[in-house]
Design a protein around this ligand. Structure first.
Ligand SMILES: [Zn+2]
Length: 492
């Protein structure tokens, strides 16, 4: 306060105002004070503006660095899996040539190969956090909690839900799922600054034909999006009486996991190459197991590959066709790419998206701090020799040479990001709810809370009432969860 009075004093002197308690001087001091207050606000606002821009800039660097780091490890992991596929073929060939030890070695290669799609992306997760923090980002309590909660779910539930883990330890436990939970816990213990924005939990089972298994239904309740009900569940809204109205829950289709849920590689396990179905190709004849064998021989050269490799039961890793499909197909034709996507780069699958939230403290009185959110995505790129897509042969082969940032809207983040708690809800709470109604709901689950709202007749009556008057204002929005028909672009 003393300095402020000094400044005012000096300002009054500079304005050659008469000092002393004269009426005129008093008014001048009030005027100068007002100007000063305004100046201070302007200065603080300027400072806030700069700070916001600075945090945005920093978040951007942090986000980009994190996405690139994760994508780099996706590329490394895919190439390693590709090399191990070839090595497996080489050892099996040596086994077929009479070296019985080689079959054992082929099994060891397969075991290592099964671990890479977990360890690699999880190291990528760690590297992404490191990159974000090196760029001045701080741990986010919510992000960290989500990963830690998920580790708990893996440890408790996964062996029951997915009794066929990707590999086996000797001795067990720890199982593969314990290893995976440990990696999640390790990351959570260091803190998460950049949240994976395109995690795909195995438990993401959704059934758009059963409201209780449709995430959009819960979002619509939470946001009282009556228009959603108008387009998707108007009859239900009007006719619903009690939990006994729900049709039986279907049997959940569980995946057979082959890779990590965070920064995953979108792979599947495959046992015998000769059982591979021909892969359709845009132009020309489909790719068959014969073509794959020729390619394997070429890549393994000068090592020998026996033609009978394809008939031996082994543990290969393939791309999941439904994910590694045309990238431009699911982005949409009007997406503003700077140029056309070259055909050899036109594949989706294995991208990494991250989200950062930073709070900007404001200094201007009356203006609250704001969260600056930044999302970034990157993707490994590369081709097989002759400008051929990496996924051309189905089998994973080493092909990735580059990592690039991609627009977040062209990544798998908007449509396929998993949500914390969904797995527990559909597996543990829903069966209980359709049996016992409200009593079967969980007190701490967000989805259960929405069902509690739904069960309230006044809630539904409000919606019906609103739609009677306003339904003509409802417009169908674009595809994607929360929008019209629901559903994601990527296979679940
Ligand atoms: Zn629940």
């Amino acid at each position: 306060m003393k300095t402020l009075r000094n400044i005012v004093g000096r300002l009054s002197a500079a304005a050659s105002l008469p000092a002393g308690p004269s009426r005129r001087g008093g008014q001048a001091i009030i005027f100068v004070m007002m100007v000063l207050v305004i100046l201070v606000f302007v200065a603080l606002w300027q400072f806030d503006l700069h700070k916001t821009l600075f945090v945005k800039y920093r978040s951007r660097n942090g986000g980009d660095a994190a996405a690139l780091a994760a994508a780099r490890w996706q590329a490394i992991s895919l190439n390693l899996v590709g090399e191990l596929n070839i090595m497996q073929a080489v050892y099996i060939s040596q086994g077929l040539a009479g070296d019985t030890n080689a079959f054992v070695e082929a099994k060891q290669v397969a075991d290592l190969e099964a671990r890479v799609p977990f360890t690699g992306p999880m190291v990528g997760f760690l590297a992404a956090e490191e990159a974000a923090k090196n760029n001045g980002m701080f741990n986010n309590a919510q992000f960290t909690q989500d990963v830690s909660d998920h580790a708990g779910e893996i440890r408790r539930e996964y062996l029951t839900r997915y009794p066929d883990p990707p590999y086996h330890n000797d001795p067990e436990p720890p199982t593969a799922w314990d290893d995976y939970a440990d990696m999640c816990d390790e990351i959570a213990s260091l803190g998460v600054a950049a949240a994976p924005d395109n995690a795909r939990y195995y438990t993401d089972f959704a059934d758009w034909n059963h409201m209780l298994l449709n995430p959009s239904f819960y979002d619509a309740i939470a946001s009282q999006d009556w228009c959603w009900f108008f387009f998707n569940a108007y009859d239900l809204l009007k006719s619903y009486q009690s939990f006994r109205d729900w049709p039986a829950l279907p049997i959940y289709v569980e995946p057979r996991p082959a890779d990590s849920e965070f920064f995953g590689l979108d792979l599947r396990r495959f046992s015998q190459l000769s059982l591979m179905s021909a892969i359709p190709r845009d132009n020309g004849r489909p790719i068959t197991v014969k073509d794959l064998l020729i390619k394997l021989k070429e890549l393994a050269d000068p090592q020998y590959i026996d033609t009978n490799v394809v008939n031996v039961a082994a543990n290969w890793l393939f791309y999941r066709d439904e994910v590694w499909s045309s990238w431009t197909d699911y982005i949409g034709k009007d997406f503003p790419f700077r140029g056309a996507v070259k055909p050899e780069y036109d594949y989706a699958g294995a991208d990494s998206a991250v989200r950062l939230v930073n709070n900007v403290e404001r200094h201007t009185p009356g203006i609250q701090g704001a969260d600056v959110t930044w999302s970034a995505a990157a993707k490994p790129f590369g081709t097989l020799e002759g400008a051929i897509k990496p996924c051309q042969y189905g089998l994973v082969l080493p092909a990735f040479t580059d990592v690039r940032m991609i627009p977040i809207d062209a990544s798998s983040a908007p449509a396929a990001g998993s949500r914390p708690g969904w797995g527990i809800h559909i597996h543990d709470h829903l069966p209980n709810y359709v049996q016992n109604g409200l009593g079967g709901l969980d007190p701490n689950c967000w989805y259960c809370a929405q069902l509690r709202t739904w069960e309230d007749p006044t809630f539904r009556a409000t919606g019906i009432q609103w739609l009677l008057q306003h339904s003509d204002e409802c417009v169908i929005r674009g595809p994607g969860p929360g929008g019209g028909g629901g559903g994601t672009h990527r296979g679940h």
